[in-house]
Design a protein around this ligand. Sequence first.
Ligand code: GLU
Length: 455
Amino acid sequence: MIRVRFAPSPTGMFHVGGARTALFNWALAQQAGGRFVLRIEDTDATRNRPEWTEGILSALAWIGISEESPVFEGPFFQSAFEPQHREAVAKLLADGKAYYCDCTRERLQERTGSEHKGYDGFCRDRGLTEGAVRFRTPDEGVTVVDDLIRGRVEFPNDAQEDFVIARSDGSPLYVLANAVDDITQGITHVVRGEEHLGNAQRQELLWPALGANPPVWAHLPVIVNEQRKKLSKRRDKVALESYREEGYLAEAMVNYLMLLGWGPGEDREIMPWSEMMPLFKLESVNSASAFFDEKKLRAFNGEYIRALSPDEFVKRVEPWLDADWDRATFAKVAELAQTRVAVLSEISANVDFLFLDEPFFDQASWDKAMKGPAAEILSGYLARLETAEMDPESLKTALEEVGAEHGLKLGKAQAPVRVAITGRTVGLPLFESIEVLGRERSTARLRAALERLQG
Ligand code: GLU
């Protein structure tokens, strides 16, 4: 049975890269009837905070990685396994695969010169009984990490020093804890970000020393921004939560994240999880860096929003509506709005004019629309609106007539009216908007815009 794990450290907001790693692992576990182990690597007590752990759990649930699923195991906390980590260190010492070392950095430098980077093996055969614990690495040959995505990666052993696996106070180091936990949890495939490839050499050495066969390795390509720089929390919007708050749908996010380094082929991109999951293969993950294209993600999201049933759209968009907006009025424009928002938070700019006493005037829109014969258009349309039939077709004919009097096509004649009614140059279809707003409020807005224009 395939057993994968996702092993985040709770040291910050949950990152879109972490979400991709989690999803790739989730796909593997689901398709093979395997298990997905969630292990929170919380051993760095100075950087961990419980709210980051909460954030990981809620983010995973949001993208469909559910603790309720029979595929899911955990969450486990690495800190709880410290006794096993200490036991493993003791065993490596007893087997002569590790040794105590009391060299300080200064003494090492005195011996080897400050240029020398690695540890020189001085304590290997001194038979000390306390100190830090170092793992005895081979002096010659290469360590091979056979990576499903990157191929055969060779690390020359003479460049790998005898590395520390426990501090002199006995506390085990991360690289050891990670290997011990993977072994104890029966992990068959380690699928994680490329930044951990450097650890894989040491882990590849530790696994057999601890009596286990190394796992299948797969290091996922880095995710880069538009400037081809690795996504970073200082520079880029990387927190999954910020996408959720902006009104990205989980299913669009999941779909997009799956394409960061992989694709279902045949030029297909928009595909629901249920179809994508069985197609996923580690062997077809690309080793080249993956571009996180926010524009493309937005376009995906717009497609997913348009594909919702009208009822489902109303349900999903509800958290972005002001509490005091009349829902019956909103229902009249919901379907029109559904086709116009790429992220749910854009709903407000599309429909707020219906609920405000006067529209919020976007200055750029105002300046663009309120020029030329704008005042004449507004007053001409105002006069017709007093008596026009309030259906979109009649409302449109009326504006066409006013435009014609000033030699303007409908498109041009619409601009000042739209800004007067909604406050913006773009938005819901104008005549439907006027119909829903009603005669009284619409005429009042045309009057107010005229005053503003002339005053
Ligand atoms: N805890 C590590 C991280 O959050 C993951 C290490 C691993 O997957 O082996 O980056």
